[in-house]
Design a protein around this ligand. Structure first.
Ligand SMILES: NC(=O)C1=CN([C@@H]2O[C@H](COP(=O)(O)OP(=O)(O)OC[C@H]3O[C@@H](n4cnc5c(N)ncnc54)[C@H](OP(=O)(O)O)[C@@H]3O)[C@@H](O)[C@H]2O)C=CC1
Ligand SMILES: CC(=O)N[C@@H](CCC(=O)OP(=O)(O)O)C(=O)O
Length: 343
């Protein structure tokens, strides 16, 4: 059994990790930390886990965490980087659900995250945990940077076109929408039902910290520069991200449906839907899938891609479990076989 610790067990990604891991036959969760809830039984705070998990929250104690085989950080940005060197030296493998190791350019990371990196010497070693591009590296990794939710939805949508050099790269557009669980479980006025219900808005139009992360993925795939306008929106639902992506084709004769189907034919968690489909967020609620549709609107040379993921699963905890499975030589879909809730 893989002994797993979770730092930050009271957030939405923490409880989502628990929901997936308690049914994982190769895993035993041995440590779940929370400074605010230390001593309290986990199933007392999260009744969905009653009967599935007999464990209490503890303070984040480095010695306890060092006794694990793998530690997930489900903490705000800037926490994992303070503890990762010690854990790696103790032989523990780490998956960070936050952004501390996602961008390999230290100066770029510091610019967008507004803080100094605590262990820049580990940035080169961290593997960006998007299995659809980095599967073999994830299998060997000691430190995995789990991708952001929007970067997963946008990256998977653009990748087949970028890898094949089929679109103009100077001006890609990603118009994305997220449910409110993307903002985490911490209380804030902006996330109140009275503020988000029956309303819909764009945010971070001048710049969102996922823009450089998405560009990094697409530039690695293309080998050149990529121009990207990325605008996120908040929609009045709890889970889910829809990304509508626009690009200009260099060659309008390519069979895009066949291209996408071929690219993702062997991917267990990417579903290229039949031509003409419009993916719905509810079709991925609670599951680790990304569903994709590719369209050529009637006139012109534009391609439009629509992708959907559950921000808490393929956008966070599910992708982290997928990465864990790869790191430990398990079946990639172990513990991730759920079917989405519909309606
Ligand atoms: N929500 C989403 O859809 C997604 C989130 N993420 C990322 O995952 C991470 C967690 O997100 P989410 O679950 O939403 O976050 P929350 O804000 O809901 O939870 C944060 C957790 O971290 C713990 N924590 C906070 N500060 C510290 C600290 N200094 N040391 C140890 N533990 C700490 C908190 O517990 P306590 O204070 O009691 O210790 C809490 O359990 C974030 O980095 C987020 O950006 C990534 C993709 C998608
Ligand atoms: C709806 C909403 O607020 N979403 C969050 C993104 C989710 C996230 O957790 O991103 P990181 O892991 O990179 O921090 C936001 O836009 O900040």
């Amino acid at each position: 059994m893989i002994k797993v610790g979770i730092v930050g067990g009271t957030g939405y990604t923490g409880v989502e990790l628990l929901r997936l891991l308690v049914n994982h036959s190769a895993v035993q969760v041995v440590v779940i930390t929370s400074r605010s809830e230390a001593g309290r039984p986990v199933a007392d705070l999260f009744p969905n886990l009653r009967g599935h998990l007999d464990l209490a929250f503890t303070e984040p104690d480095p010695a306890l965490l060092a006794s694990c085989d793998l530690v997930f950080f489900a903490t705000p940005n800037g926490i994992a980087m303070q503890q990762v060197p010690e854990l790696l030296e103790a032989g523990v493998r780490v998956i960070d659900l936050a952004a501390d190791f996602r961008i390999s350019d230290q100066a770029l990371w510091e610019k967008w995250y507004g803080m100094q990196h605590a262990c820049p010497e580990r940035l080169a070693e961290a593997v960006y945990g998007l299995p659809e591009v980095n599967r073999e590296a994830v299998k060997q990794a000691r430190l995995v940077a789990n991708p952001g939710c929007y970067p997963t939805a946008v990256g998977l949508g653009f990748l087949p076109l970028v890898e094949q050099g089929l679109i103009e790269l100077d001006h890609l557009v990603a118009d994305t929408k997220s449910g409110v669980s993307g903002a985490g479980r911490g209380a804030s006025v902006a996330a109140l039902m009275g503020e988000t219900g029956e309303s819909f808005k764009a945010y971070a139009i001048p710049g969102h910290r996922h823009q450089p992360e998405i560009r990094q993925t697409l530039m690695r795939a293309s080998g050149g520069d990529v121009g990207l306008t990325f605008v996120p929106h908040l929609v009045p639902m709890i889970r889910g991200i829809e990304a509508t992506l626009y690009a200009r084709l260099k060659d309008v004769s390519v069979d895009l449906q066949a291209l996408f189907e071929k690219r993702y034919a062997d991917e267990p968690f990417v579903d290229v839907m039949p031509a003409g489909s419009h993916p719905e967020t509810r079709s991925v609620r609670g599951v680790n899938h990304c569903r994709i549709a590719v369209h050529r609107p009637l006139d012109g040379d534009v391609v439009v891609i629509s992708t959907v993921i559950d921000n808490l699963v393929k956008g966070a905890a599910g992708q982290a479990v997928q990465n864990m499975n790869l790191m430990f030589g398990l079946a990639e879909d172990a513990g991730l076989e759920q079917v989405a809730l519909l309606p």
